[in-house]
Design a protein around this ligand. Structure first.
Ligand code: 5GP
Ligand code: ZN
Length: 113
């Protein structure tokens, strides 16, 4: 884990954060600046800069599996939700540790801004 990386410090417990869910590969916690009534971030325990440098496709599947599990547990699987992976500068990524946004609880506009 990188001591310089905010999300590595959250994943390792160095920064105490309540996890919504976790599995062997990933942890999930609420976004500090929620953009929807439900806004959860799912991150790998290991440091990966972004989706662009994610070579472990089984790990990516595990992250998505945790997203769908949380959606069921939070009661939004039926009403619907959006999963976003901002990637790189044009993608709007601000934290350089791969993370999936799970957004739900309101209708989402399309296209995104
Ligand atoms: P990005 O813009 O990189 O796709 O998403 C980064 C997300 O991380 C943002 O939605 C931001 O609100 C969230 N975030 C940044 N710092 C923290 C933090 O210290 N704790 C939590 N829970 N979320 C954070
Ligand atoms: Zn990291």
């Amino acid at each position: 884990m990188s001591h310089d990386c905010l999300f590595c410090r959250i994943a390792s417990g160095d920064i105490r954060t309540a996890f919504v869910a976790e599995n062997v590969d990933a942890v999930a916690f609420r976004d500090i600046n929620p953009r929807a009534p439900l806004h959860v971030l799912v991150i790998p325990r290991v440091h990966i800069d972004s989706l662009a440098s994610a070579a472990d496709h089984a790990l990516l599947g595990s992250l998505l599996g945790l997203v769908t599990q949380i959606a069921r547990e939070e009661g939004v699987a039926e009403s619907g939700y959006r999963v976003v992976i901002n990637t790189g500068n044009d993608g709007g990524q601000t934290v350089p540790h791969l993370h999936l946004h799970l957004l739900a609880g309101r209708h989402m506009d399309w296209p995104p801004g």
